[in-house]
Design a protein. Sequence first.
Length: 585
Amino acid sequence: MKISRRLFLASLSVGIPTLVANGQGTASRNVKAQPRMKSSGKPWDATFVDVARQAGLTASVICGDPGQADYILEVIGCGCAFFDYDNDGWLDILVLSGSRLHGDTRDATNRLYKNNRDGTFTDVTERAGLKRSGWASSVSVGDYNNDGFEDLFITYFGENVLYRNNGDGTFSDVTQAAGLKGDPKRWGAGSSFIDYNRDGHLDLFVSNYVQFDFEHIPKPGFNVNCNWKGLPVNCGPRGLPPGYHSLYRNNGDGTFTDVSQQAGISGSRGSYGMTVVSADFDEDGWPDIYVACDSTPSLLFMNNHDGTFREEGVARGVALNEDGMEQAGMGIGIGDYNFDGHLDIFKTHFADDTNVLYRNDGKANFDDVTNAAHLGTETHYICWGTGIVDLDNDGNPDIFVVAGSTYPGIERKLPQYPDKCPRMLFRNLGNGTFEELTTEAGPELAALHSSRGCAFGDFDNDGDLDILIVNLNEPPTLLRNDLAGAHHWIKVKLVGTTSNRSAIGARVLVRYGKKLQAQAVMSQASFYSSNDPRLHFGLGDERVVDIDVVWPSGKSEKFARVSADQLVVIKEGSGIVPGAHLAKK
């Protein structure tokens, strides 16, 4: 019998060795970059322009003291979100913020920007009741109480916060009333709303990073976990106690119950959890949970359909790379890069290592196809936010990545490891491979920033995907996609009835020409961020599509010969909503 590499690694899943390279606190393989292929010569029609300043996104994201970082808390950073908080059909923006250990922190707050529908935004943070200081990490968006308005869950170093959307432009902190008031010493990292028991109410999964305490964290250079390439750096995550992860069941009355132990979550300890995504990876109609973990094996919790999960990351091929090594998992992109109708995973990692593309066989068995897809060409940067997204509407989902160092100032001695980095765009050639583009998408992708979270969405409703990026100690970047050419597209917005109202956990299949592409409705992806919940499919030259929806409730619906170049709103059990594609002006 032939033994696959995945099965061999699974047989070694007890006592996976820890990789320590150059005496450092973060996993890295110290691999050389894969040679780049010769340019395909194919035209690229998407040009990105940073319109953040003219759009009104001028406030800096405060995170640590610029130029130095004694603690890992100061460098991990935070996420952002595209979501429609007031249901006017236009995406608004939430940008999270950290804090500083020294100096002025008056501007250190999360910020909500209302879309004015003319290319500009207004800061409505105080009016909305969202002003809050502290070390924010991630945001998940979902309608946990099924009232028709999207709510927010924001994780922190300290106490996480559940904000209920009141439907009048304001939010209320209902954390304590909802039973989610947690340990103020925990470092909340990633999170995702998920209806794991399919009762129509959104539950909540929260990952935790490290157990962090200023009184017990050593200073840079103190031990092997506080050095990188012989230079003193902030300590961790290795050498620090790992956090533990939690699952909260929605009781359907506005409250949650911690079911981590009975659901089989609390048994998976020893990992430094970061971004959390929830999707149905084995296509059995029940949502699973994937957690990118820093310098420890990443976790894949498979849903047992009875309120419990089993962790099978190693056995299913998404805990390690193809060499059986741990990586510094940070951000996650979910999509169907090869048009086989299955949800694949792209995960970002540390410098001197490749990001990783895992191909799904449809039963949640994954293979590392990074080098086969020619995605191992970039190993210079520490990578964070990402997405498998079709940026030029040619029908082939591309991969976008942002980067930035966790060791500010180290480039003075090691200039090959810069603090601020360019963005990376890998263009899908439609044959299972990618090519890295440099100048084709405009000069803004070469702009240098220390970036973390990013979100994808069509903020100006013009039929292409724009990109929101968090930059540490700078204002965010808003990349408007100025797409030329005549490629077609379709957006799908789902409204649950028997399922949760946000339809989180739904899987959508779109057939266009000879291609079949799957996407999922998720409340978190990228790095600590939340994308436009309207699923965007580029279609190339195709003008009509067939749409299959697998709802979180388990129901399926099919819609044939749907015209392209429109937003299609589908209500569970009622079909396509007439006229709903027209956004309010």
